[in-house]
Structure formats: structure tokens, C-alpha cells
Design a protein around this ligand. Structure first.
Ligand SMILES: [Cu+2]
Length: 179
């Protein structure tokens, strides 16, 4: 019986593998094409400079939640986010629109399928050209911490989210309001 279950999950994985190149290509190309690399919008903004960050917000990630789960910033504000993963799984802090998160979920699924991403670690040797180096996000293993410096755009409502397969769906996202 056990073997049968295993076979079933392998079949599901292979089915996903077939669809993943299309998904991965849909979001943004990997390898840094500069501007246009991301489907950024006017609200999301872009990379910030450390010298412009007047405040630091600490974000704690757990399995599978954020604290705080609501962030309010000013339009045009640069914020330094210090992010710590206190969970037992890999988590991501990613700033974007719901559409951007959806596109990134396809990429992270492909990473997991290729072995570059496991539930509790990032296998850098298997990353290849799928490097997780998008400036609007940080991917952290359990116990790791990191920083994202971000300059927000115009007022609006976006999200911060974790796009590790299954995490967004289980509620790992928060509201980010740009006043
Ligand atoms: Cu997560």
C-alpha cells in the first residue's frame, strides 16, 4: 500500500514538471535584465537605497504566518525590512501585487521540482539559472535573517507574501497599504 501512495505522488510531480517551464517563463526572466525584469506596477515601487531608509520594520516569519500581518507605509517611502525566519521551513518575504505573487509561485514550484528548493533548505548548487535573487524578495532557511530595502511607489494596496509552494494558499500573506 505504501508503495502505491508513493507512485501516485511521483505521477503528480511529473505532471507538474511538464507545465512548469511555461509558468516559469511567464513571470520574469532570470538572470537580471534590469528594468522590465519584473512586472512591477506604480504602487509596488523599486529597490531602495539604505541611506534613504528612515525606518526599519522587523518581520518575523513562522510556519506559515507573518508578524506583523499588516504593514502601512507612505507613498514614496523607503523602508528597511529586517526579516527573520523563526519557522522550521524555508520562507520568503516578497513585496508585490497578487498577480506578481501568482507568477512567482510558478517559479518557486519549478525550483522545488528541480531540487533547488526543499521544505527546509535552499540547495544553491541546484539553482542554476533559477537564482532566487529578485530584489523585492528574500528567501530564508530556518533560523536565517536578512534584509530588504524597498522604495514604495504610489498609494494603493499590495501584498507581502511567501510563494514557497503551498504557503500562500495556507495563509502566508499580509496586507501592505501604501498611504
Ligand atoms: Cu512560507
Amino acid at each position: 500500500m505504501k508503495t502505491k501512495f508513493k507512485m501516485a505522488s511521483v505521477a503528480i510531480l511529473s505532471a507538474c514538471l511538464l507545465t512548469s517551464p511555461a509558468l516559469a517563463g511567464k513571470g520574469h526572466g532570470h538572470g537580471g535584465h534590469g528594468d522590465g525584469h519584473h512586472a512591477m506596477n506604480l504602487q509596488v515601487g523599486g529597490v531602495g537605497a539604505a541611506k534613504d531608509a528612515a525606518r526599519t520594520l522587523r518581520i518575523v516569519m513562522k510556519d506559515n504566518s507573518y508578524f506583523p500581518k499588516f504593514i502601512s507605509v507612505q507613498a514614496g517611502e523607503t523602508v528597511r525590512f529586517t526579516v527573520i525566519n523563526k519557522g522550521e521551513f524555508v520562507h520568503e518575504f516578497n513585496i508585490g501585487t497578487a498577480e506578481m505573487h501568482k507568477a512567482h509561485q510558478g517559479e518557486m514550484m519549478a525550483m522545488m521540482e528541480s531540487g533547488a528548493l526543499e521544505a527546509d533548505k535552499v540547495v544553491h548548487a541546484k539553482m542554476g539559472d533559477m537564482k532566487h535573487d529578485d530584489p523585492n524578495s528574500i528567501l530564508l532557511e530556518p533560523g536565517q535573517s536578512g534584509e530588504v530595502i524597498w522604495k514604495f511607489g504610489q498609494s494603493g494596496k499590495i501584498q507581502f507574501a511567501c510563494n514557497v509552494p503551498g504557503h500562500y494558499e495556507s495563509g502566508m500573506h499580509g496586507r501592505l497599504v501604501i498611504q
